[in-house]
Design a protein around this ligand. Sequence first.
Ligand code: IPE
Ligand code: IPE
Ligand code: MG
Length: 253
Amino acid sequence: MSMKIPFFNNKQTKESFHYTEDNTPDHIAIIMDGNGRWARNRGMPRVVGHKEGLSAVVKIVKVAVKCKVKVLTLYAFSTENWKRPNAEVDFILRLPKEFLTIYLPDLIANNVRIEAIGDIENLPTYTREAVQHAIDRTRDNDGLQMTIALNYGSRHEILNAMKKMIADVNEAKLSLDELDEQRFSRYLHTAGMTEPDLLIRTGGEKRLSNFLLWQLAYTEFWFTDVLWPDFSEKEFMHALEEYRQRKRRYGGI
Ligand code: IPE
Ligand code: IPE
Ligand code: MG
């Protein structure tokens, strides 16, 4: 439960670490679920699970860097999560600052670029400023892009995209004839990002919970019962192995 988890200073050499770069997904999205149950199973308050979940984030970012994943999108707080008790919401929304205060130097040293998707403007100042600071400090990095989905809801995102698009049509910046999927996707928070190749959901539930509904149209899904705080490098590599066996047809044969 300690926050002082060694991040990138591991002693594992590239050779001792079993992985292949062949057919590694470029973009992996993760629904990090099961923190509350992890804590409850130990007779502890739910927030302990959220805190412990940070160590899993550290582990997975590290292995994603090692595997040369290009984009890692992490679902940290949904637009529906506001329904939770205030104290839990408050605790979760303080975690980005806590995480970045400790790990931003490591992330910078490892060429990670931080991005955020979601309604960031309507987050508490301490959350918004910590995330914005990390985005600004890592803007020029060109290694792993770590996208944090915070106050993110896909329907909200699509509806907003539609409103902005209609405004552009009304102002004659866009004509309906030239509107296609590619142009529409530029109005989403994920504008300019590739779509996820692989979606991982921990915690046993088999649903999307309003995550990236547009972007996941042809994504491969991988589910595990493992609760997020227990999610390990081994599990992650297992997901990658299974992904490599999948045949993506996109409707073809
Ligand atoms: C996921 O864990 C983290 C967030 C939604 C913020 P949960 O808090 O949903 O944990 P469970 O699903 O209740 O175990
Ligand atoms: C999805 O988990 C959101 C995040 C992991 C941030 P939830 O725990 O909120 O999803 P539901 O409520 O089980 O669908
Ligand atoms: Mg949950």
